[in-house]
Design a protein. Structure first.
Length: 250
């Protein structure tokens, strides 16, 4: 099992919901945190709680809809000489639920793709090569199991693009100690998922983070967080490593 103690993890969308749960779980394992949100004040509470667990915490801000801000955030992290060992691309947005999906405005697609896919690709392309150079790294991209809902076409299409990008990129990591996974938290009661979702947000632990701990140098796994609910971290890692890693399925 990959030892995260003393490592640095960047978590996007870390101020609430799944990102917050991920941050607290990683802090409990001794992992230092870079907490991202749109505004620094949004992560203040999470930062204080993580520091109380004995880890270092650094907060960054960026509006993921603005690629210049994403680049500036990455420049700031690099200037601090913080080596990102683990990356959780968690942040995402659902624009609207369009009952008349035939009239979905193009802006739904533009904003969804910028936040849910392009920002993730920008962050991956900046950080993964550095992980390869150092000889280790873990990247977990958060997808969605949503399907057959053209009412949410922008969100669904952006996540499909993320899936394709992640699977294709995973095929280039064979032989490295950099592992790239997809995770789906399931439908949870969060600001994004709404109050009618069947799963409590706490149920994403440990599955949402298990991709950071697998250690068999295999990329391309799809890790559904709810299938790990109730397991210890050790049990979750064993289950994940027993799953086939398929960088791309035709």
């Amino acid at each position: 099992m990959f030892d995260v103690k003393g490592r640095w993890a960047l978590i996007t969308g870390a101020s609430r919901g799944v990102g917050y749960q991920t941050a607290m779980f990683m802090a409990k394992q001794g992992c230092n945190l870079i907490l991202h949100s749109r505004k620094l004040e949004h992560t203040r509470k999470a930062a204080e709680e993580a520091r109380s667990l004995g880890v270092e915490v650094y907060c960054v801000e960026a509006e993921l809809a603005n690629n210049d801000e994403v680049t500036a955030m990455l420049n700031e992290i690099e200037a601090k000489e913080i080596q990102v060992d683990i990356l959780f691309n968690n942040a995402a947005v659902q624009i609207a639920y369009r009952k008349n999906y035939w009239e979905t405005p193009v802006e739904d697609f533009e904003k969804s793709f910028q936040i849910n896919f392009i920002s993730v690709a920008t962050i991956c392309n900046r950080l993964i090569p550095k992980m390869i150079e150092r000889g280790y790294g873990r990247v977990i991209n958060t997808t969605s199991g949503i399907k057959n809902e053209p009412e949410q076409a922008g969100y669904a299409a952006s996540k499909a693009a993320l899936d394709k990008f992640t699977k294709d990129l995973a095929s280039r990591l064979e032989g490295t100690n950099v592992m790239l996974s997809l995770t789906d938290p399931g439908w949870c009661r969060t600001d994004l998922g709404g109050q009618h979702a069947p799963n409590a947000v706490e149920s994403v632990i440990p599955g949402i983070a298990v991709g950071a701990f697998v250690d068999d140098r295999k990329s391309g796994r799809f890790l559904h967080a709810q299938s790990f609910a109730g397991l210890s971290l050790e049990e979750a890692v064993a289950r994940a490593e027993s799953m086939e890693a398929t960088p791309y399925i035709i």
